[in-house]
Design a protein around this ligand. Structure first.
Ligand code: IPE
Ligand code: IPE
Ligand code: MG
Length: 243
């Protein structure tokens, strides 16, 4: 089975899951964190090399203050509790996003988890946190423009590779598979540049109900996708179609 080298997941539906149970939205976030933990371990054990989890978007800052601070607390707690486990599982942890907006204890927990797991060689686990793809691209464009202004490069030297390496996701490869739970079929400002040739997998399952079996379904759906990158099908690809 062809495994994606990089899976990115938009973990959506925590609030609706809780509302269906007549519980506060925060209840859904707690369950969602537990599910994330399970899926991280599952990906690691399946030999996936890179996993990016969309945990909090730049737009999520505009949610009610109580929900935002709850999410921040949950995140800090998760990181402090999980770091040891990540090392045990040989998982390297890092974050993409605008960390300047985070509460200082969460920022410190991120620093600590990143440093402690820096030498791990298994799964590369990336949390997209206070992340927005348009902001990421804006920052990259600004950096490149400054290089031009300083005379270090000429505009003609700007190419796709330079843009890719200027993004916060570098050196993680582009996602092969993007999964979104809860029935929504949109990117919500996630990995816009990097998703140019990603395969998408949408499921109605709400994130707190997402299990390893659902992950396996996504992986097997991916394994039979024909990726052509604008070219014509190869024999290998055609075989997948006829099976
Ligand atoms: C995803 O679940 C978690 C975050 C965005 C932090 P939501 O909180 O978006 O849940 P719904 O989409 O409102 O159900
Ligand atoms: C995207 O979900 C962000 C995360 C899952 C962290 P949202 O729930 O914020 O996205 P919209 O508002 O439905 O597009
Ligand atoms: Mg949502």
């Amino acid at each position: 089975m062809t495994l994606p080298k990089h899976i990115a997941i938009i973990m959506d539906g925590n609030g609706r899951w809780a509302q269906l149970k007549r519980k506060p939205r925060t209840f859904g976030h707690i369950k969602g964190t537990r599910v994330a933990k399970k899926i991280i371990t599952a990906c690691s054990r399946q030999g996936i090399k890179n996993l990016t989890l969309y945990a909090f978007s730049t737009e999520n800052w505009f949610r009610p203050q109580t929900e935002v601070s709850f999410l921040m607390k949950l995140l800090g707690r998760y990181l402090r509790k999980e770091t040891e486990n990540l090392v045990k599982e040989n998982i390297r942890f890092s974050v993409i996003g605008d960390l300047s907006k985070l509460p200082s204890d969460v920022f410190q927990a991120i620093q600590k988890a990143s440093e402690t797991t820096a030498q791990c060689t298994g799964l590369n686990l990336v949390f997209a946190l206070s992340y927005g793809s348009r902001q990421e691209i804006t920052v990259a464009v600004r950096e490149i423009a400054e290089k031009v202004a300083r005379g270090e490069i000429s505009p003609g030297q700007i190419d796709e590779a330079m843009i890719s390496t200027s993004l916060s996701t570098y050196p993680t490869p582009d996602p092969d598979l993007i999964v979104r739970t809860s029935g929504e079929q949109r990117l919500s400002n996630f990995l816009l540049w990097q998703a140019a040739y990603s395969e998408f997998y949408f499921t109605e399952v709400l994130w707190p109900n997402f299990t390893e079996a659902h992950l396996d379904e996504a992986l097997s759906a991916f394994s039979v996708r024909q990726r052509r990158y604008g070219k014509v099908a190869t024999n290998d690809n055609l075989e997948k179609l006829s099976n």
